[in-house]
Unconditional design. Structure first.
Length: 503
């Protein structure tokens, strides 16, 4: 392998007039346009002083121009550093100081803030893209030719740095190489049977692994096309579905679609594949989706540091509550969190991962990098087990494990039991300080019927499915769970909210 763009472009349609992306306004971008625009952005990077190996920090709303800038970075040998649009000035200050990018690209509306930050940090040039063909970097790109000699790079050269959420300390920059991303894109293309005839409905953000590396890279690796939506809106997605063959989403997408009366078998009959990830998909939603559409959602498991690790099969049983089997070339083992000893099948331990998809370490954090690996395997921090068929199930994060009265309680087990109840739409289970037990189990529940708040009824229903020590000692009812942009429940927020529950 080589430069990721070279690898991907080797799979582009021979007829470059084929459509790469269609937009909600009826416009389209062809593969020839993609090659031209990515080349212009690669030239623009050179013009602004970006050299091979320099970081390019990007905080932009989703747009096709942002995607072309990503490809331009690959072609120019720059390291793409996408930043969540929700990050504050204080968070941006940390990222700019830590990554030391040569260029920071932002929305024109935020240029003043970006310029102030850049002056304080020093050595960072600021340019803009507005997503509609405007912005200073877009103007620079437009003045350049539509061809560019893509930098010849090695598999180990960095393609991107993605910062982790930082819920347990300073955010860490995961360093992903051209080889990491290429191996995963080609594996997923084959595993999920993507071909040039596929049309992916793309409603995910592109500052994250899911929308950028999975959705985009897999589409390009197949020479396929996409319907490129700037965000997720149920009505817009439903209007676009007839033109798609596949969709990637987070559980929140599918929950919201199930709330739409028109989302049914007729609308989805032509679809080939629905994929879910970035957060656990409850068995209840899995079942309801299948009953409504006739499709079994394919759930997979990945993370910032590794891209995708496992997937339920394309052919075969897609088992609710599991994330499937290890992908080809990926080695998964379940280890004792303390000793690192490999555990027998069926026992719960920490998931450790090895393979060409696994990142090289954390940017300028050698100690954190050393802590993250053991015997050549990346320690994911996710707790799980492997069943007799080889399917991997995740029971929670190591940091989310609840220890009450000396007993280990896995939140996912309690959540699964709650979510199976007819009165429950979704739930999140946390441990908070308890004067006698160390930690007490608190369940935060979104009821299926607004206004339902009968905790005793839920506890009675759990009596036969959960041991007493696993049952919640308090159930709180809320209208919605706090989630990040990828649909993951923010348990740190819940723990802070309910910390004083037991005095």
């Amino acid at each position: 392998m080589a430069n990721l763009f070279t690898t991907l472009s080797g799979n582009f349609p021979a007829d470059r007039s084929r459509i790469f992306a269609r937009f909600a306004d009826g416009g389209a971008m062809r593969y020839a346009d993609l090659e031209r625009e990515s080349a212009r952005y690669a030239h623009a990077l050179r013009t602004t002083g970006v050299k091979v190996g320099d970081r390019v920090a990007v905080q932009l709303p989703k747009s096709i121009d942002m995607l072309m800038l990503y490809l331009g970075c690959l072609r120019a040998g720059a390291i793409f550093l996408p930043l969540n649009t929700a990050y504050t000035a204080g968070e941006l200050d940390y990222f700019l100081r830590d990554a030391e990018p040569a260029l920071f690209v932002c929305d024109p509306a935020h240029r003043d803030r970006a310029e102030t930050l850049a002056r304080e940090v020093g050595g960072v040039r600021v340019e803009t893209i507005d997503g509609a063909g405007g912005g200073t970097l877009s103007v620079i790109a437009a003045d350049h030719p539509g061809s560019f000699d893509t930098e010849p790079l090695d598999d180990g050269d960095l393609a991107a740095i993605l910062y982790t959420s930082g819920t347990t300390g300073r955010s860490k920059g995961a360093m992903l190489s051209h080889g990491n991303l290429a191996s995963n894109a080609l594996t997923l293309r084959d595993h999920w049977r993507f071909t040039p005839d596929d049309v992916l409905l793309h409603a995910l953000p592109i500052f994250h692994t899911h929308g950028l590396f999975v959705g985009t890279n897999v589409t390009l690796a197949a020479g396929a096309s996409m319907i490129f939506l700037n965000g997720f809106d149920p009505a817009e997605v439903m209007a676009a579905l007839p033109g798609a063959s596949a969709m990637m989403g987070v559980p929140t997408f599918y929950i919201r679609l199930l709330g739409e009366p028109g989302f049914d078998r007729d609308l989805t009959r032509h679809m080939r594949l629905f994929i879910s990830g970035s957060a656990p998909l409850s068995a209840d939603i899995h079942r309801e989706f299948s009953e409504r559409t006739g499709h079994a959602i394919l759930e997979r498991y990945g993370m910032t540091e590794t891209n995708m690790n496992t997937s339920n099969p394309y052919d075969g049983d897609r088992i609710a509550g599991t994330v499937g089997l290890p992908l080809p070339g990926v080695d998964i083992r379940i280890a004792d969190p303390a000793s690192g000893d490999v555990l027998p099948q069926g026992e719960i331990g920490v998931i450790e991962i090895a393979g060409p998809n696994v990142f090289g370490g954390y940017w300028r954090m050698p100690e954190k990098t050393a802590e993250a690996f053991r015997n050549g395997y990346f320690i994911s921090g996710d707790l799980g087990f492997v069943d007799p068929r080889g399917y991997v199930s995740i029971v929670g994060r190591d940091k989310d494990l609840i220890i009450a009265g000396g007993y280990n309680i896995y939140p996912a087990e309690v959540e699964s039991a709650l979510d199976a109840l007819s009165q429950v739409h979704e739930s999140a289970v946390i441990g908070v300080p308890h004067p006698d037990l160390g930690e007490g189990v608190v369940a935060v529940v979104v009821p299926r019927t607004p206004g339902f708040a009968d905790a005793d009824a839920l506890l009675a229903a759990l009596a036969d499915s959960l041991a007493r020590f696993k049952q919640p000692r308090r159930i709180a009812f809320v209208d919605a769970l706090p989630k990040n942009t990828m649909g993951k429940v923010q348990k740190t927020v819940l723990r802070d909210t309910y910390r004083g529950t037991f005095g």
